[in-house]
Design a binder for this molecule. Structure first.
Ligand code: UD1
Length: 414
């Protein structure tokens, strides 16, 4: 439950990136021994991925806050069960590492979700180029690979998940692999850094061409997860609608250059400070245009948060979603709060209103849930955000962090 708040003031520490932590955990399958991951967020999706790894035969422990130890003593069961994959698509990240180490993988085929159909055809065809074969059996994708052999793979689209799965398979394939039109997200560079520390040879991660020289063995190492740029966007959006002055610790300004530029256009002043960012906002946000694209473009995951801000901007804004066709499930919920948004195909026209009005709303997915929280911060009265379990999938203690900055957020147990 959230009530009109502001201004927000103080310091907040940003957690490690969910989208990196989940893939680093999957990469632990690639080497026997004891892996230590730091800056791992305490969120529901990380717990789910720990469940996937445990089902496969690894041991996962959280000996200290933000630390995770993954023990791999061999003897893996190459199977990610439906109950877990169905709850988190990212569990398909175990496909590449399992094929590379065990030569087999049985992973439930992920179904549709709130972004519409999200196929994994590029994951599968890329792995086939490395020598794997797949069949669909009783809803599971069953992959086998007697040996993986390096190849040149050109992706039709720079898919984050496909690039990661291929990277994790290619590090143990025989010979050289080149991934062309690779995704360039900072989480990919983080995964490559982890793999290289494990003894892999990956060059070019973070650019659209990645070269990998396969090695026979990798070793367990320690690594710290990159900061979560999506959590940064969430706090900047909260600041934009509430006003105030914040310091965001543990951030990487170089990972959010376009976000900083776009938030600047919306009236939020941001500058680097130490290991983080200083940000200030006074007055009503300015209307602007937003277009999502694969990195280094504006992330699709930022859009619901920024749209929530533009709902109360001083004019008409335009937003275009290019990455996930069906990702406007939150628009109807914002409309219930008085937002004036028109959807035309994959475009939004947002007519800024002076104020939103609090209402019961439902979070359809993680970022949309956070966007409704942001909207609630500037809405008159009280907003009840239902479906809070979606928010818990991706945010560590968001309620405590917002409250510490002066926001009126109350967590209701259902
Ligand atoms: C990851 C992120 C997600 C983010 C997205 C885009 C994780 C856990 N999730 O998701 O938060 O919004 O990147 O930055 O890291 N596609 C295909 N076939 C494929 C693979 C993808 O058609 O085989 C399409 C998807 O339907 C989508 C687009 O490609 O339209 C981008 O998907 P992708 O980059 O793969 O996103 P994810 O890895 O699923």
């Amino acid at each position: 439950m959230v009530s009109r708040s502001g201004p927000l003031n103080g310091e907040v520490s940003i957690s490690g990136a969910k989208n990196s932590a989940l893939k680093l955990m999957a990469a632990c399958i690639l080497a026997e021994g004891t892996h230590t991951l730091d800056n791992v967020p305490d969120i529901a999706d990380v717990a789910l991925m720990a469940g996937v790894l445990e089902a496969i035969g690894l041991e996962v422990e959280r000996p200290a806050p933000a630390r995770m130890v993954v023990r791999h003593e061999g003897g893996l069961q190459p199977e990610a069960p439906y109950e877990l994959v169905e709850r988190m698509r990212a569990s398909t990240a175990v496909l590449g590492p399992l094929l590379a180490t065990v030569g087999e993988a049985r992973v439930a085929m992920p179904g549709g979700d709130d972004f519409g159909a999200r196929p994994i055809d590029m994951h599968l065809s890329g792995l086939e180029s490395l020598g794997a074969t797949f069949e669909l059996s009783h809803g599971d994708i069953c992959g086998t690979a007697e040996r993986l052999v390096g190849a040149e793979i050109a992706l039709d689209y720079p898919s984050v998940g496909a690039t990661e799965n291929l990277l994790m398979a290619a590090v143990r394939a025989e010979g050289h692999t080149t991934i062309l039109n690779a995704a360039r997200e900072p989480e990919i560079a983080d995964l490559a850094a982890f793999l290289n520390r494990m003894g892999a040879t990956v060059l070019g991660a973070g650019t659209s061409r990645i070269d990998i020289e396969g090695v026979e063995e990798l070793r367990a190492v320690s690594h710290s997860v990159v900061p979560d740029r999506l959590e940064v966007a969430t706090f900047l959006a909260a600041l934009a609608v509430s006003g105030g002055e914040l310091v965001l610790r543990n951030t990487r300004a170089d990972h959010i250059e376009l976000l900083i530029e776009r938030m600047g256009a919306m009236g939020v002043r941001i500058s680097p400070e130490g290991d983080g960012l200083w940000a200030m906002c006074r007055g009503r946000p300015h209307a602007t245009s937003l277009v999502t694209l694969p990195y280094p473009g504006l992330a699709t995951d930022f859009l619901p948060l920024l749209v929530a801000v533009l709902c109360v901007a001083d004019g008409t804004s335009f937003a275009t979603e290019n990455v996930f066709a069906g990702r406007f499930g939150y628009v109807g919920e914002l409309a219930r709060m008085g937002a004036r948004i028109t959807v035309e195909d994959h475009h939004l026209v947002i007519e800024g209103v002076e104020s939103l009005s609090g209402a019961p709303v439902r979070a359809p997915d993680i970022r949309a849930g956070a966007a409704l929280l942001v909207a609630g911060l500037c809405a008159e009265g009280t907003t009840e955000v239902h479906g809070g379990e979606h928010i818990d999938r991706g945010y560590e203690a968001i309620h405590d962090k917002l409250t510490a900055l002066g926001a009126h957020v109350e967590r209701l147990e259902t």
